[in-house]
Design a protein around this ligand. Structure first.
Ligand code: COA
Length: 191
């Protein structure tokens, strides 16, 4: 029997009018699908706060959702530079503009199939050929391919195998009761 066929959809930055998931009527469908997964994984499973789950970066970020048929099973978010006050790379002295990959989540029954890795690679491949869009809030040519992840310590291994290296100068910190560390990778960018 053939296995599931997964497809990926991208959501351009949705703009400033996002509503909370409890009132999602005006939000783009792909964004709502991303939020359903994030609420299930980060809020229900990991006990992060629902209020913090949607934040000011959502409106200016790209979102990807992975589907098994019509069922949304995974998501990732790419935050373009400049990173906000909680961008640890900025706070701790890495002033070079970077993109940040966050909120990667796979629904529990779909884990271990390579889908998390696939979402990270999808976002990186897109960024490598869309530098001009990524740089819209900074100067053209200022993003030189630096990619930051704020990784939960449990998934350090996944990012390491994706080519990210821990940057100890970024420190370790607590987000919603979960220890995080900063990891960096540089990708080649086509201007
Ligand atoms: C982390 C997560 C996105 C990984 O997704 P996944 O589809 O199960 O991962 P993959 O099957 O693509 O595996 C990728 C690699 O990470 C490893 N890995 C996956 N989950 C892991 C975990 N929880 N702990 C340690 N390693 C893990 C796999 O062994 C695999 O290694 P390989 O590249 O050497 O084969 C998923 O477990 C998840 O949604 N977790 C809850 C949310 C979360 O913690 N997100 C991370 C926020 S930083």
């Amino acid at each position: 029997m053939a296995g599931p066929t997964f497809t990926t959809r991208i959501q351009e930055p949705p703009g400033p009018k996002l509503s909370l998931p409890t009132n999602p009527n005006s939000n783009p469908t792909v964004f709502n699908d991303a939020m359903k997964i994030r609420m299930r994984v980060f809020v229900d499973e990991q006990k992060c706060s629902a209020e913090a789950e949607i934040d000011t970066d959502d409106s200016r970020s790209w979102h990807w959702v992975l589907y098994d048929g019509t069922t949304a099973v995974g998501t990732i978010r790419l935050v373009p530079p400049p990173q906000g006050p909680h961008g640890h790379a900025v706070q701790k002295g890495a002033h070079e503009p970077c993109i940040k990959l966050t909120r990667v989540a796979i629904m529990p029954m779909y884990r271990g199939l390579g889908l998390g890795r696939r979402l990270v690679e999808t976002a990186l491949e897109w960024a490598a050929v869309h530098a001009a869009e990524v740089e819209v809030q900074i100067g053209r040519g200022e993003w030189r391919g630096l990619v930051l992840v704020h990784a939960q310590v449990d998934v350090e291994g996944m990012y390491a195998r994706l080519g990210f290296e821990v940057d100890e100068t970024l420190g370790r910190w607590d987000e919603e009761g979960i220890e995080h560390l900063g990891m960096l990778r540089r990708i080649s960018v086509q201007e």
